[in-house]
Design a protein around this ligand. Structure first.
Ligand code: AMP
Length: 279
């Protein structure tokens, strides 16, 4: 496995691969890797000649300085995991390498970014779009792999690809969960033992929606989810929305959309967890 920190060096490597007509699968990450990330690598390896992953904690997508400061950084272990998974190339740049100048690009994703994560994390998706666009330019992938865990991010990336007339195929990969249902996340490592136990309530309540939805309205489901999760001493719902899976706009009745996703963000002390389920 080759590891690059400099843009010019990885671009030279990628140039050679393109001359050899290799297909490239790309898996962007912020490190602190878990099996969710590794599943994206596995998918990419199945589809492409070469798999490139990036590890970069992107400061401009953090709207909360404490979240950025506390974000887990485990580069050496990450490299071992990527090597074991069969990743071919890793790009792990510094902040200065990615952003030598002040970033002034702005994207407009309209109503896709005015709800949920976009509403509660101002500037987050612009930061995501800036870094993903740059990483796409550097790695020139045939396909890029993203997890459904970050459901709204996937919609934004698809919109970015459309807006920039990119030919990169975006491949959606299912959410990988711990044995108690908690969606794997780098931030889970920041939870105390007690808070980690409470965290599994989030997915358990989401799974219950599918069992009770035939007998309840959207408003009743919202009350059910908010009450159940907020009744835990450690958890506090930031938002819970039931949305059309394409437009991401909240729906008021089950008849409003054929493809529906329930999305949630929960504060567990200083750790903010998100999850979603297709209904
Ligand atoms: P992150 O390092 O959190 O920015 O995530 C990098 C990529 O891994 C994104 O495409 C995420 O959606 C994906 N990812 C994170 N957690 C999971 C998970 N539990 N299952 C599947 N994909 C995930």
């Amino acid at each position: 496995m080759k590891v690059f920190e400099k843009i010019a060096e990885i671009q030279q490597e990628v140039g050679t691969l393109l001359n050899e007509n290799k297909t490239i699968g790309f898996v962007p990450t912020m490190g602190a890797l878990h099996e969710g990330h590794i599943s994206l690598i596995t998918n990419s390896k199945q589809d492409n000649d070469i798999t490139i992953s990036s590890i970069f904690v992107n400061p401009i997508q953090f709207n909360n300085p404490n979240d950025l400061r506390n974000y887990p950084r485990t580069l050496q272990e990450d490299l071992k995991k990527l090597e074991a998974a069969g990743c071919d190339i890793v790009f792990a740049p510094s902040v200065e390498e990615m952003y030598p100048k002040k970033v002034d690009e702005t994207y407009n994703f309209g109503s896709l970014e005015s709800v949920m994560e976009g509403k509660f994390r101002p500037g987050h998706f612009n930061g995501v779009a800036v870094v993903v666009k740059r990483l796409f330019e550097i790695t020139t992938p045939t396909r890029a792999y993203f997890g459904q865990k970050d459901f709204q991010q996937l919609a934004i990336i698809k919109a970015l690809v459309k807006q920039t007339n990119s030919k990169i195929e975006i491949v959606e990969c299912p959410t990988i969960r711990e044995s108690d249902g908690l969606a794997m996340s780098s931030r889970n490592t920041l939870l105390s033992e007690e808070r980690r136990k409470s965290a599994c309530l989030i997915s358990q309540v989401l799974f219950q929606i599918n069992e009770v939805k035939n007998s309840k309205t959207i408003d009743e489901i919202k009350t059910f989810v908010n009450e159940k999760i907020n009744s835990d001493e450690y958890l506090e719902v930031e938002y819970f929305e039931i949305v059309d899976s394409q437009t991401l706009q909240p729906i008021n009745s089950w008849e409003d959309s054929k493809t529906i996703t329930a999305c949630i963000a929960v504060h567990n002390g200083n750790v903010r967890l998100i999850d979603n389920i297709s209904l």
